[in-house]
Design a protein around this ligand. Structure first.
Ligand SMILES: NC(=O)c1ccc[n+]([C@@H]2O[C@H](COP(=O)([O-])OP(=O)(O)OC[C@H]3O[C@@H](n4cnc5c(N)ncnc54)[C@H](O)[C@@H]3O)[C@@H](O)[C@H]2O)c1
Length: 347
């Protein structure tokens, strides 16, 4: 039985705690948080040891696996502390505050043969899993565009990052995953309206190497939560509602029904709208199970450190593009910043 800990039991960390407690294949041994009230309440509720100091927990508890859900600027220090003690790590997204810090984590985990995975939780959303399966089967034919909208009310508690780091990381990972392609060029406009230090609105465009265009519409300025992805191709459009875990297919009534006739693609008309039946699961539970499988050596991590560092690198380029007011060629920027080798993209 694996022994688990959770470091940082705030809004997302408390769900890690609940899920470890629910799962049979793992024993939740301890939690750590500097907030006394938070950790005591959870320790009482779930009957686990609680520490103010995560180093003390890591030294005293002989953990096999740990979830790290502290603010992003602390991910590197906390994850390195766990890795150097031989503990497998699931760190919340984004992997770290910078590409260099993320690289340190990836190397440290690899050097010790430890599993390192990152909380890109939408990978485990059943609507995304099913969409990936259908795209891989070629159900959309040639794909033109993927469009992600992730809109939220203003989160008063996030101080250390802006909306691009906080929310665009999810969509960048999902776009890379669904399209199976890397970004070629990037342009973004950002704005800071309410946040004291960082941007709270992003409008971005990405041209992927396989020619597909990604559109990002992301903000903390909308009085309702929207989490949607549309992907349009010759045969129609898939729509993912991440929140409801729904997947719809809007059929192009004019698409040829036979694959060999696809070259005859001529028009677009309204066809049937199909809501696909999916079995709902809690994505975070699926993410944690995949982490435990990786830690136990039963499987490779679903989200690798390399996936996470690439999403983070693109986040940084979106911010840089907006600051410069320029389209950035991704390969040139990675080269210029000395990231190309780190990101496995050297020419
Ligand atoms: N995957 C997702 O969908 C998702 C959702 C929300 C947040 N996150 C990520 O999770 C991380 C945490 O976000 P949150 O919204 O839960 O933040 P939060 O502020 O609600 O929680 C962070 C917790 O970490 C604790 N903490 C701070 N410094 C600490 C230290 N040195 N040692 C131990 N505990 C410490 C805080 O007291 C707090 O309880 C962020 O990186 C965020 O990007 C991911």
């Amino acid at each position: 039985m694996l022994r688990a800990g959770v470091i940082g039991v705030g809004s997302i960390g408390r769900h890690h705690v609940r899920i470890y407690k629910q799962l049979d294949e793992v024993e939740l041994a301890a939690i750590a948080d500097i907030d006394e009230a938070r950790r005591s309440a959870l320790a009482r509720r779930y009957r686990v040891a609680a520490y103010a100091d995560y180093e003390e927990m890591l030294t005293g508890e002989k953990l096999d696996v740990v979830s790290i859900a502290v603010p992003t600027e602390l991910h590197r220090d906390v994850a390195l502390a766990a890795i150097t003690r031989g503990v497998h790590v699931l760190v919340e997204k984004p992997i770290a505050a910078s590409v260099q810090q993320a690289d340190e984590l990836i190397h440290a985990a690899a050097a010790r043969g430890l599993a390192l995975t990152v909380g890109h939780v939408e990978r485990f959303n059943p609507a995304v899993v099913e969409l990936k399966r259908r795209l891989a089967a070629g159900e959309l034919g040639h794909v033109f565009q993927v469009h992600a909208r992730r809109l939220s009310p203003f989160p008063t508690y996030i101080r250390d990052v802006g909306v691009v780091m906080d929310l665009a990381t999810h969509e960048l990972d999902i776009m890379r995953y669904l399209l199976g392609s890397e970004a070629e060029r990037i342009f973004a406009e950002t704005e800071r309206n309410l946040h004291k230090r960082y941007e709270d609105m992003l409008s971005g465009i990405i041209r992927f190497e396989n020619g597909i265009v990604g559109v990002l519409d992301i903000n903390w300025l909308t009085p309702t939560k929207v989490r949607e992805l549309r992907i349009t191709g010759e045969r129609g459009m898939f729509l993912v509602d991440y929140l409801k875990q729904d997947l719809y297919f809007y059929e192009n009534s004019e698409a040829p029904s036979r694959w060999d006739a696809m070259a005859l693609f001529r028009g677009v008309g309204e066809g049937n709208v199909i809501k696909l039946h999916l079995n709902r699961v809690e994505p975070l539970e699926a993410e944690i199970k995949a982490f435990l499988d990786a830690a136990a050596g039963r499987a490779q991590p679903v989200v690798t450190g390399m996936d996470a560092i690439r999403a983070l690198a693109l986040v940084q380029l979106l911010i840089a593009s907006a600051e410069a007011g320029q389209v950035l060629r991704v390969a040139d920027e990675f080269e210029r910043r000395g990231w190309a080798a780190t990101l496995g993209m050297a020419a």
